[in-house]
Design a protein. Structure first.
Length: 237
């Protein structure tokens, strides 16, 4: 799903950047970001924020680099701070809400992502990609992915059958040995790792659904662009 990028700092006046050291750190962060060195970019943006914690551009770009590192909840927080700083122009505010919606959706906070997308569309009602992302979030909220839940149930049944077969084999092996027959079967407690693994898989199901749906989204965006619409999933500033 598209991430609006607010990366080229040269178009802002010195009053936006504040102190020269803040501007320097943001520029270094932008360079690192462009080279996909997201961990380094994060460090530089945080250094800029140490100089001025209400620095909208640094907060926004920090959100981008956190998102690229799959730190989605932190990214949503950074976008929220950028929005609350009062330092973003109206058009950029819509992009911040869009990116925050993406971060919340990736964090499985679907209802919150819907509100973020709606805020973005209140500011820029013509944004095609935000409309698609909103529709996706609403779809996921109404019909959560079930495939992994079915896989979980199937694997649990297989695990139970395996345990039953194992217990039957143990009973055969233990015939004639009263002490072994009375020994508790610790394998009956073997479901915990299995449940933990499936919970992790189930948590990843939403991300898979988002990624799968992205291809359809991009096709729709291309069709809109062919019709003459303004579509730029990733935009440099």
């Amino acid at each position: 799903m598209g991430l609006w990028i607010f990366i080229l700092a040269t178009c802002f006046s010195p009053s936006v950047f504040g102190q020269k050291s803040e501007k320097k750190f943001v520029r270094k962060g932008n360079t690192a970001y462009e080279h996909k060195n997201y961990s380094d970019a994060e460090i530089f943006y945080r250094k800029a924020l140490e100089k001025h914690d209400n620095f909208a551009v640094a907060q926004y770009n920090l959100g981008n680099t956190l998102y690229r590192q799959n730190k989605f909840e932190e990214a949503a927080g950074a976008y929220q701070k950028a929005i609350g700083s009062g330092g973003l122009a109206k058009a950029d505010l819509a992009k911040a809400y869009h990116n925050m919606g993406n971060s919340l959706l990736q964090s499985k906070k679907i209802a919150e992502s819907i509100e973020a997308y709606k805020q973005a569309l209140r500011i820029n009602p013509r944004d095609i990609e935000t409309k698609y992302n909103l529709a996706l979030a609403q779809k996921l909220l109404k019909n959560p992915p079930q495939q992994n839940q079915n896989n979980q149930n199937q694997n649990q049944n297989q695990n139970q059958n395996q345990n039953q077969n194992q217990n039957q084999n143990q009973n055969k092996d233990n015939q004639g040995d009263n002490n072994q027959q009375n020994k508790p079967d610790n394998n009956q407690q073997g479901n915990t790792p299995h449940d933990s693994k499936m919970s992790k898989d189930q948590a990843n199901q939403l991300l898979e659904a988002i990624q799968n749906d992205e291809n359809n989204t991009q096709e729709k965006v291309k069709k809109e662009k062919a019709k003459g619409g303004r579509v730029r999933p990733d935009k440099d500033w």
